[in-house]
Design a protein around this ligand. Sequence first.
Ligand code: AGP
Length: 609
Amino acid sequence: MCGIVGYVGWRDATDVLIDGLSKLEYRGYDSSGIAVFENEVIKVAKSKGRLTDLQNKMNQEGKPIGHAGIGHTRWATHGEPSDRNSHPHGGGNVTLVHNGIIENYKRLKEFLLSKGRVFESDTDTEVVAQLLDYYYQENHGNPMDAIIRTMQELEGSYALGIVFADFPDKVYALRKESPLIVGIGENESFIASDMTAILQYTKNYYLLEHDEIAVLSKKQVKVYDLHYQKIQKELKIADWDVSAAEKCGYEHYMLKEIHEQPTAVKTTITPRITDGLPNLEECGITPEKLMEFHKIHIVACGTAMHAGTVGKYVIEKLARIPVNVDIASEFRYREPLVSQNDLVIIISQSGETADSLAALRLAKKLGAKTLAIVNAKGSSIAREADMLIYTHAGPEIAVASTKAYMVQIAVMYLFAFELALANHAIDEQECRRLTALLQETPEKIAEILEHKEMTQLIASELITADSLLYIGRGLDYALSMEGSLKLKEISYIHSESYAAGELKHGTISLITENMPVIAIATQQKLFDKTISNIKEVKARGAKVILVCREDYTPEQDIADYKFGLPDYDDLLMPMLAVVPLQLIAYYTAVHKGTDVDKPRNLAKSVTVE
Ligand code: AGP
């Protein structure tokens, strides 16, 4: 969703803003803009389209030259993507950029119209700029008073970067719900929606909390609360390396992130294993605590929800505790049956997904204990949950999630092993065996990545398809959901995932020679049954791509292509089988020439509902 960058210091502000915005491109956007003080006058440049469109415009019309300013990438909510609706927006003395949604903007707009204010865009953001200027005029040019007064009026979620024409050496920033950090450099300071935007300039930052206002100048940053009281902020240091947010020779971030999976798994699980057994104590999870839960709800969106579905199969199989998996946007509005003895697990890469955050808050309100499995450090979900397991995938830039999914399921396994042991559903020996197998998965994943040519060949067969089916049983079905989503989001080819045994109850009528089927058959107990279902689609003309163990040789009436996986325990097969599915989606998108890392209409972090 929208991205914010702000700068005040000694560098060329336009360059810093454009560079920072380019690092936020992955969040998804359809227009961009900057406002920079040039000779103490605010100069604005904005454009619909990609950042390159903005740069082309500035090349023609002149680039603002100065040392302080704000920048924005916009993902349209109120008003179509257009130059006119792009941020920054202004009102008199005020120019600002905004991430989030102002829920009461209509009422505020009516008020401002009644005061004779004229609007130039359809956005909720311009209402904030006009309101802020209105109070600024009323408060005789005092920015802080005007900001505090405006915040009292705003309903919704927002992070704002603001400049006042009268204060050319300052940038103001504030947040409610939507994330914002303040970067601290040598004689310079920054604001950004996330750390990747400013990582190459500084690793030192403050995490702005709800209802905090930061005043940035070259020499210092001051942070205040809504009562204008100064707040002493804890300086944090990002542990990400600059290369974490670079492509490092890969054609796309997605491909790089697929290749980072072995390391991501290792970094995530190693600190949580002691003497061969899972140990989640540093995350606030003890065997005693685990024994209290009667039921588990896993709530998340998209890929994170698919990771939760794998978690359900594993937890129920090993720990024998009922698990519900819910889509966060459904959970939050369907009055879910959650009790005080339940555990609600929220899974989120970004930790800022609006529906998942709302689900977490609802679960807490209903008295359940909550556990967050989150990748982004210091994010809202991470901070609000009772217990927290960070996944250590590093920054995930590609919109299509790969390494985050991998570490989410790795954590699901660790959690399931510990829970099963705590409940005496498995003994210590079995727990050790499973933990050791999990520890070996990074090598197996690396092995698969070394033999990926077949996925390129398969992808070249898929590019002409209009629609595809992914089928599997048990854990393979859980995995097929993720395979299908990956293909859809980056190649724009329609696909569905289906439980293989359910096909004949309706969906098999869709099968023709034009509907390729990707069949996943890694579960030995279900293997023969899955093969029977595959034969059913093959007999109806479908081209079949089979993902199974290497040592199985399918006959011609079963599969046209096979991707072979190393032999491994059934339970852990999803960690291996997901890799070819990610690669098939990736290469199909590459063959089709789509924007792999920034697919159309999608945003990396969905901070609106
Ligand atoms: C995954 O490829 C998608 N981009 C999307 O489904 C994502 O997983 C979902 O929006 C949830 O995001 P989160 O993990 O940051 O909460």
